[in-house]
Write a protein that binds this ligand. Structure first.
Ligand code: DGL
Length: 248
């Protein structure tokens, strides 16, 4: 165990979405301290340009590593798709873990026609297109992107409605749904009501397992037997902390 192992793991998203990942991280790594940043000032990320997301992602990484984080989890599919390479280039000695849409678990569970719900920005990214094409070829199945404009904002406002999904899914055929934005697990009841019987997949637990692997590889797992804490960087109105206390 390296001396830096006692430092926290930082996690960021555009708002409350990354809390769906933080929940899995705390379950997988109960001995770690986490600091969470919900970047509401720059939200929503999903309608921004590639260049804007790269810049925002790098700024967040600078701020969180500046606070002494030993590792960074980008708990946002949009920021991972557009900005993670840049963060890794800037911080080659730190573990930087991103979240990818859970297409592989969906194919492995036997789905053959998978709709990958994500923000418009994520769906427009070449990293997203390559992942879907590569896995579709490997499994001889089909994964296609389904942009969901406005959905992360509706989750933030607590105003998700089933009608949104009724029109989104209308005329589409699929046997599996991937929640390719970390906000969407908080809309799973409404999604399932509009697509009854269709299994949902998200990348939170895979990201938590990958975080454990990377910390272990770097000898950065905290192994003093203590119980970890979660701290929130103040956002406007303390929204992430309130959501965590009320919903998680
Ligand atoms: N939660 C983010 C994601 O996973 C971004 C949502 C947004 O700000 O549009 O893509």
């Amino acid at each position: 165990m390296r001396p830096e192992a006692g430092r926290p793991v930082a996690v960021f998203d555009s708002g409350v979405g990354g809390l769906s990942v933080l929940r899995s991280l705390v379950a997988e790594l109960p001995g770690e301290d986490f600091i969470y940043f919900g970047d509401r000032k720059n939200a929503p990320y999903g309608g921004r340009t590639h260049a804007e997301i790269k810049e925002i992602a790098e700024k967040n990484a600078d701020m969180l590593f500046g606070l002494g984080a030993k590792a960074l989890v980008v708990a946002c599919n949009t920021a991972t798709a557009a900005g993670i390479e840049q963060i890794r280039e800037k911080y080659p000695d730190r573990p930087v873990i991103g979240i990818e849409p859970a297409v592989k678990p969906a194919f492995e569970a036997g789905c053959r026609r998978v709709a990958v719900m994500a923000t418009p920005r994520t769906v427009g990214e070449s990293r997203f297109a390559s992942l879907l094409a590569e896995l579709s070829a490997k499994f001889s199945a089909l994964a296609f992107g389904l942009p969901c404009p406005g959905l992360s904002e509706a989750v933030e406002r607590g105003e998700v409605r089933k009608d949104y999904f009724d029109s989104l899914f209308s005329g589409l055929e699929f046997d599996g749904l991937v929640l390719g934005c970390t906000h969407y697990p908080f809309a799973s009841a409404e999604i399932s009501a509009a697509a009854p019987g269709i299994p949902l997949f998200d990348g939170a637990s895979g990201t938590a397992r990958q975080t454990r692997r990377r910390l272990a590889e770097e000898r950065l797992l905290r192994e003093d037997g203590g119980r970890g804490r979660v701290e929130f960087i103040p956002d406007d109105g303390g929204a992430a902390e309130r959501f965590w206390k009320e919903h998680i």
